[in-house]
Ligand binder design. Structure first.
Ligand code: ATP
Length: 596
């Protein structure tokens, strides 16, 4: 196929925004092509040379591309740069410059296969002298290009070949070109793509063997599967109802989703939710997986979270982001904050594809396949049938460092739906519930005289968390709600012997209560959220200089923690961790992004 035909199709695609029209243009383009050519056209049209997950890049900087355009057009490099800046697109600039030359393209017309081979050699060029090779190769292609071809060639090189074609439109076009266009056939094509993440492979299979041939596309270690995604429901009642009154609930770990590919022999590979290869960031997982997964080839999925090596507690996820781009520090970070992979699914078990099995069956295969250890564990799971049970599990999940729960369908038909978001998995995060689910154990350090019905006794108390490093009790809340009459009446008795006429040593607060108490009595409180405060001193200066943390809308749960001494209360560091978890959850997530 001539590259001119492809450029003409791109030109038509660029002129429309209608999906139906795009599908028609693409179907027409694809239909007559033999398999290998179709594969090349598919990748090129997505601005790629290989499936995206392989991460093959041309690596041509804009400055190199400008130089190539200058060589091919005979224009000064500075003139190319000025014009490109004005137009905002080097592709159009190349087109204009070549058109104004009134030259005939030199040599024979470009073939798609030649262009593709040229790009491949550019991608392969590495090391010394590679830049020259890249510039020369692009310039040579441009020298043979018509102005229109130059526009799209250049855009491909600088990574701006956006003809507005989404994967779904390409799948539509493939169905039109190679299947009967029915919903069923379209579904098979999409399913093959979701399993292989490789449009080129799907297309060439279709061209060679039709939709029947798609059944031959199976899981392969090293080729990531598009992840199954979760829906959400606002309440635990609705969630259970949706799943038929019975669900497997799991801790929703707040980390990084990892799809691990373990071959029978050879290196393990890890893919992110976006199918990027991320193994290099997690050497400890690459080491641990071959031993933990009893049999390869296998593909398992889980969530990777940082773990405190001393306490075995889950750490805020930011600890992992420190790993990005820090090749040389990785050894130390790995030792200080290692990660743990909590596995929750299996797609390929010792060479057997199991993704189609119902979830309970997959879970038991996962349990059979994996020997848990320090780095590789199984996601904590329980089967629940009532919202109350689910609620208790949610509390446990939060206490264990999760951000909520994942409820999974156990019904027939609960096979792994690659690339699909649906109600087979329902996520329920803590921030959907009202307030902070974690309770805080605070030490009473002060009392405030009550008014109205509470006149004559203390109506509210000043609470502190404990900072063991500074050996200080730092105020974080003034709590008055949640006390019934009996509790209010009982408090002075409890506090007897702890009264103090002045601020006790080791107590720190910007608030002056009516009465100070030496630390001794611990109360359990809950609140809506943690905020920064100019008057409280908890974790002072860690979030912002001169400010501490405070609990908004605090409420006594009714539980006096007799089982805890003052230094066993919630610590400032814990409070800070809770605050950060909140901040992270409040940050915008991909939740709000449109469906792919
Ligand atoms: P989504 O993946 O649904 O687009 P997202 O990337 O913003 O959304 P969340 O909304 O936090 O992520 O919820 C889904 C993610 O939760 C999963 O992709 C997975 O990474 C993570 N997760 C944590 N624990 C589990 C679990 N037990 N089972 C499945 N997924 C889990």
């Amino acid at each position: 196929m001539r590259f001119a035909e492809l450029a003409a199709a791109y030109e038509r695609l660029e002129a429309t925004t209608k999906r139906l029209e795009m599908r028609g243009i693409l179907a027409e383009l694809f239909r007559p092509l033999p398999a290998p050519e179709l594969g090349r056209v598919l990748y090129l049209s997505q601005g790629l040379l290989r499936p995206e997950y392989e991460g093959v890049e041309l690596g041509v900087a804009d400055s190199l591309a400008r130089r190539a355009v200058a060589i091919a057009s005979g224009a000064e490099e500075s003139a190319v740069a000025t014009r490109a800046k004005a137009v905002g697109d080097l592709g159009t600039t190349a087109q204009e410059l070549l058109a104004s030359q009134s030259r005939l393209p030199g040599g024979s017309p470009l073939e798609v296969a030649e262009v593709y081979a040229g790009f491949e050699s550019i991608a392969r060029a590495k090391g010394e002298g590679s830049q020259e090779v890249k510039v020369r190769t692009v310039a040579e292609l441009l020298a043979r290009a018509t102005p229109l071809e130059a526009k799209y060639l250049t855009r491909f090189v600088v990574g701006t070949l956006r003809v507005g074609v989404r994967e779904m439109t390409i799948l539509d076009a493939l169905a039109t070109a190679f299947a009967d266009g029915s919903k069923e056939e379209r579904g098979k094509i999409e399913a093959a793509f979701n399993l292989s993440s490789d449009l080129g492979l799907v297309a060439t299979t279709l061209a060679e063997r039709g939709t029947a041939g798609l059944a031959g596309i199976e899981l392969e270690v090293g080729r990531p599967v598009r992840p199954m995604l979760a829906e959400r429901e606002p309440t635990l009642e609705k969630l259970l109802e949706r799943l038929g009154g019975r669900a497997a609930v799991e801790i929703k770990y707040d980390g990084l989703r990892v799809q691990a590919h373990i071959p029978r022999r050879g290196p393990v590979r890890l893919f992110s939710r976006r199918l990027e290869e991320i193994g290099a960031q997690f050497p400890e997982l690459l080491d641990a997986l071959p031993a933990a997964v009893r049999e390869g080839p296998s593909i398992v999925e889980g969530e990777c979270v940082p773990i405190d090596p001393d306490t075995d507690e889950i750490q805020p996820f930011q600890e992992v982001s420190r790993r990005r781009g820090r090749k040389y520090d990785l050894d130390r970070i790995q030792r200080e904050i290692p990660v743990c992979l909590f596995l929750f699914d299996v797609l390929l078990a010792g060479g057997t594809p199991v993704y189609g099995l119902d979830f309970p069956e997959r879970r038991s295969r996962l349990e059979g396949l994996v020997a848990p250890g320090d780095r590789i564990r199984l996601a904590t799971q329980r089967v629940v049938t009532t919202p109350e049970e689910a609620g208790r599990f949610l509390d446990e999940s939060i206490a264990a460092g999760g951000e909520g729960l994942m409820a999974k369908s156990m019904k027939p038909g609960s096979g792994y739906r690659a690339g699909a978001r649906g109600f087979w998995w329902i996520k329920y995060k803590r921030d959907y519930t009202v307030g902070l689910v974690d309770s805080i154990d605070g030490v009473v350090i002060g009392g405030f005289h009550g008014r109205g019905r509470r006149a004559g006794r203390f109506g509210a108390y000043l609470l502190a968390v404990y900072d063991p490093t500074r050996d200080r009790f730092e105020s974080f809340s003034k709590v008055g709600s949640g006390f019934d009459d009996a509790a209010l009446a009982a408090m002075p008795d409890r506090l007897k012997g702890f009264e103090s006429d002045e601020k006790p040593p080791r107590v720190d607060s910007g608030i002056e209560p009516d009465r100070w108490f030496r630390p001794g009595v611990v109360l359990e409180v809950r609140g809506a959220e943690l905020t920064i405060s100019p008057v409280h001193r908890a974790a002072e200066g860690t979030v912002r200089p001169g400010t501490g943390l405070a609990l908004r809308f605090p409420r006594f749960t009714g539980r006096i923690r007799d089982d805890k001494g003052p230094t066993e209360a919630t610590t400032s560091a814990e409070l800070l961790r809770m605050y950060r978890m909140q901040v992270r959850q409040a940050a915008p997530t991909s939740d709000d992004a449109p469906e792919p």
